[in-house]
Design a protein around this ligand. Sequence first.
Ligand code: SF4
Ligand code: FES
Length: 180
Amino acid sequence: MDVHVTIDGRSYTAQEGQTILDLLRANDMALPTLCFHPALKPSGSCRLCAVEVAGRSTGKQITMLACILKAREGMVIRTQGPLVETARRQAFDRLLKMAPLSTEIRELAKKYQIDLGPPPDGCIRCRLCVRVCKEIVGPGALKMVKKERDALQVMIDKEGGKFKLASPVLRIVIWMVISF
Ligand code: SF4
Ligand code: FES
């Protein structure tokens, strides 16, 4: 039986029981997914495919997983907006905690305009290089700069407060100074 679903303000026809993810894909609409595979039952484990929908019992706007959510007559879905973005960001953060070195997670997040901050760079933020540059070498060109999401990074003060990332070569030179 056919049911009618509104997605982002447009009306679509779905088969009763068809998942929202399937309906979106059948209509060329993108949603991030990592754990979905058409040959397997949906597991809902990556939580990336969150969409906004009115809760069945409360009527309150909530997010649900599109790979599990089945189309019902009159359903109104949003694939964007603050609720979806928060759920998506939390899902990406959670995945990145489990797999901090994954480039796939970072690339997918970027595709959906979610900044997961700088990837691990081996720097333990001890500030020794910053202090050597100031106290021993002299120019004080290195600074520990606060980046997105409170991450800290060693940067070079290039021109009047414009910072660029301190290169690995510079870090090695400073390490050599530190070691002597
Ligand atoms: S780059 Fe600087 S702050 Fe980072 S570990 Fe090396 S000396 Fe410490
Ligand atoms: S695709 Fe992973 S939870 Fe839906």
